[in-house]
Design a protein around this ligand. Structure first.
Ligand code: UD1
Length: 377
């Protein structure tokens, strides 16, 4: 019999939960359950951002909670590190598995690497080329600290090799976020049900109701009041042609309030919702005429669903959603956004195809490779 191996898996924020769900399932199939330890840093802590997602995604309750909460980047990262170190001392795992590009990802990778514990990064190699994004710094550094790197698209593998990562450490496995999407597709909550529950106008929740789904939370879009005001005015003008449904991230809600822009949430034609569960969000995305977003994950999910996506950023770290999927980078210029929306509304949206290995089996490939690698090393 092979010796037992122990893995500590880390989550901190909403997109981490979506990525970790299929990995936990796949690992527990091949390992003694007590050898897979789930740590939640507490970077996201609101009920709406947390418990409902865990429940809907069937993620086991975290074994360890660090309860760090919100703070500046430095304080949040440092606090996660401080609280994570004793966990590794106690658990003495064979590796630490991190996903994505949030502060929790980098903080835990750094603690593990400094303790000589191997780091495994899922969703490695994505690059926007934009170091003003906190996530870009988290990605570059996490990858440099990682011993096994799983990629979602060929460009990510190329980026890692260009940064000097040994090709033998990189494995192209596909996209765990799409594993979750395919697994949950049949249990998505219909858009009409969500819209009715939150009191949206009845023409929106009608079977053929057309709407744009908006998500917005990037610091570059919401933290600077003038940039946010320009976007808000653009969305208001769009909402006169195509109603907007807007689940509001807590960061964005406080930015709207502090910039005196909360009137946006009461504009006729705009239906503001609280942060939603995964299944509600999936139902809304699947039924939307188009999606306006600055999220990374939503660019991928809309590509898998075949729904046109207009990304309100100047760059993307997920180029395959543009070259093969339904995504268009529209930037933040009001005229360009309005024009792109008009094109989709008139039937000119991209249809795209699902990228290679976005087939619902990425986590199985990761679990197989990871266990073999741990036993060989
Ligand atoms: C984080 C990630 C981002 C990811 C996003 C998904 C980093 C640097 N950013 O951004 O990559 O796309 O999660 O949502 O890690 N807040 C609450 N309740 C919560 C969490 C946050 O009210 O449960 C508010 C707080 O005011 C907090 C702000 O949102 O200060 C920002 O939260 P934070 O976790 O720092 O970053 P996000 O914007 O959520």
């Amino acid at each position: 019999m092979r010796p037992r191996k122990k893995i500590v898996c880390v989550v901190g924020t909403r997109p981490n939960f979506v990525k970790m769900a299929p990995i936990m399932r796949a690992l527990k199939d091949g390992m003694t359950p007590s050898d897979v330890v789930l740590v939640h840093t507490g970077q996201h802590y609101d009920e709406a951002m947390n418990a409902r997602l865990f429940e809907q995604l069937h993620i086991p309750a975290p074994d360890i909670r660090l309860d760090v909460g919100s703070a500046t980047h430095a304080v949040q990262t440092a606090e996660i590190m401080r609280r994570f170190e004793p966990v590794l001392d106690r658990e003495a795992p064979d590796c630490v598995l991190v996903v994505g590009d949030v502060n929790s990802t980098l903080a835990c990778a750094l603690v593990a690497a400094k303790k000589g514990i191997r780091v495994v990064h899922v969703e490695a190699g994505l690059r926007s080329g934009d170091r003003s994004m906190p996530e870009e710094i988290n990605r570059v550094l996490t990858d440099q600290l990682s011993d096994r790197l799983y990629t979602t698209e060929p460009a990510a593998t190329d980026n890692l090799i260009a940064e000097g990562i040994a090709p033998a450490a990189i494995v192209f496995v596909g996209n765990v976020m799409i594993d979750t999407l395919m697994h949950s597709r049949s249990s998505a909550v219909p858009a009409s049900q969500t819209l009715t529950a939150w009191g949206a106008p009845s023409e929106l929740s009608a079977p053929n109701g057309r709407f744009a789904l908006l998500t917005l939370h990037r610091p570059s879009n919401v933290d600077e009041p003038e940039a946010l005001r320009r976007l808000v005015e653009t969305f208001i003008s769009i909402s006169r042609q195509l109603p907007i449904v807007f689940p509001v991230h807590p960061r964005t809600r406080s930015a709207l309030e502090s910039s005196g822009l909360q009137y946006f949430l009461e504009t006729p034609g705009v239906t503001a919702l609280p942060p939603l569960g995964y299944r509600e969000m999936l139902g809304l995305m699947a039924s939307a005429t188009l999606v306006l977003t600055d999220s990374g994950g939503v660019q991928e999910e809309t590509t898998a669903l075949g729904v046109p996506c207009l990304t309100i950023r100047e760059n993307t770290e997920r180029p395959i959603t543009i070259s093969e999927g339904t995504n268009t980078l529209v930037g933040t210029d009001p005229a360009a956004i309005r024009q792109a929306v008009a094109l989709v509304v008139s039937g000119g949206g991209k249809s795209g195809r699902r990228p290679l290995l976005w087939d619902g089996k990425a986590a199985e490939r990761i679990a197989r490779d990871l266990l073999q690698w741990l036993h060989e090393a």
